[in-house]
Design a protein around this ligand. Sequence first.
Ligand code: FAD
Length: 446
Amino acid sequence: SPTRFSVIIVGAGISGITAAKVLAENGVEDVLILEAADRIGGRIRKEQFGGVTVELGAGWIAGVGGKQSNPVWELARQSNLRTCFSDYSNARYNIYDHSGKIFPSGIAAHSYQKAVESAIQKLRNQESSSSMSNPDADAETPSGPKTPIELAIDFILHDFEMAEVEPISTYVDFGDREFLVADERGYEHLLHNMAATFLSTSDTRLKLNKVVGELQHSRNGVSVKTEDGCVYEANYVILSVSIGVLQSHLISFSPPLPRWKTEAISNCDIMVYTKVFLKFPRKFWPCGPGKEFFIYAHERRGYYTFWQHMENAYPGSNILVVTLTNGESKRIEAQSDQETMREAMEVLRNMFGPDIPDATDILVPRWWNNRFQRGSYSNYPIYVNHQLIDDIKAPVGRIFFTGEHTSEKFSGYVHGGYLSGIDTSKALLEEMRADKERKSSENQSF
Ligand code: FAD
C-alpha cells in the first residue's frame, strides 16, 4: 500500500510553503507538497525581460512604515531583497489627454477630490444597504464618471488604491508605504529562502509538475489523484489553490463539497490584473521626482490608463509598464502580443508625440488563461459579510483551505497569503491534537 502522509499540501505558493514550514517547526515532517507548475512561487513570479528581472505577479511589498511590522517586509530584510520606495499618489499630477497635454494640477486635484468624495458616498450607501459592490456596474450609473479624466481617476481609485477611500487593514496595521521589489533574484527569492529552512534542494517531499485533479475524502483520510495517474494518501490535505482555480472545477471532490462551501466560492470575485512590459531603444518619458507613474485619460475606462517607468528600479533599462485590469486584461490576453503592442504604441504616441521609437519587445502575462491561477487575486467587497470569508476558509472534513483568499484582513496580498498559511497550519495542528486526544480516550474506555 502507498505511503500515507500526515499532510498533503496542494500548491507551493507563499501560503503553501509557509504552511509546510509551520508544520515542520511543530514536528510534522511527513508532509508532501504537490505543485502543478514546474516551479514554486505561484503568483510570485519573475522573468527576464529586456535585460532585467521583472515581476509578472506581486511586485510591491505593501504596508510598510507603521507601528507593526509587515511580516513580508521582515522576510525581505532577512533575504536582503533590493527594494525601492514607490509612491503612486503623484500619478494624479501626470495625467495626459489624447493630445499629449498634462491636465493642470488644480484640475486633476479637483477631479480627484470629487471622485474620492463620490466613492465614499457610494460606500456609505452600500454600507447602509450592505449589498455587494460591483464597480463595473457602478461606473455605468448616470451619476458615474463620464469624461476621460473622470474615468481615469475612477479606474485608479477602484482598481488601484482603495486606501484613499476607505482605511484598509494593510495600511492601518502595517503603514501606508509601498516598496517595489527590484532584485535580480526576484520577489520569489524570499520564498526560496523560507523553503530552504525545512526542505533540502532535492527533497522528495516537494513534487513539481503534479496537477491535482481529484480529492477523495472520508472520515478516515484523503486520497489525492494527480493528472498523471498517481495517487497519494494522507490524513489531511491543505488546499492552497486560488479562488479562481476553486471556481474552475480543475479539482473534483468526492463526495462533492457541501453547498455552503460551493456557494461561498462562487460568491467571491476575482480581479484580473495585468502588467504589460514594453522595452524601448531609448527613454522618451519624463523622469525625476514625482514622475515614476503617469496616467492616460481615454474615453474608454481602463484603456492603457496606468503607466510606470522602471528607471527607479533599474536605471537605463528603458522599460515601461502599463497595467490593465479585468475586462481589458481578458481582452488583451485573447489577442496577439503584436496587437497589444500596436495599441500601446498608439496610446504612447498620443501622449508623447509621433516621433517616439517603436517598442522592441513586449511581455504580456496571462493570469486569466493560466489554468493554475484563473485570475490575479480575490476581490471581496469592502463591506463584506463575514460569513462569506468564514465559509471560504472553513475546513470540509479533512480538507483545510488556505491562501490569500482565506485572509479576512489581508486578502489579495502576499502578506495575506503568508499569514493565511500560518493560520491554517495552526488550525490543523489543533485539530490533529484534538484527534489524538479523542483516540486515546476511546482506547482508555476499554
Ligand atoms: P498562489 O501563489 O496562487 O499559490 C497556489 C499554488 O497552487 C500555485 O503555485 C499553483 O500553481 C498551484 N496549483 C493550482 N492548481 C493546482 C493543482 N490542481 N494541483 C497542484 N497545484 C496547483 N500582492 C502584494 O502583496 N503586492 C503586490 O504588488 C501584488 N501584485 C500582484 C500582481 C499580480 C499580477 C498578481 C497576479 C498578484 C499580485 N499580488 C500582490 C497578490 C499576491 O501575489 C498573492 O496574494 C499571493 O502570491 C498568493 O499566494 P497564494 O499562496 O495564496 O496562492
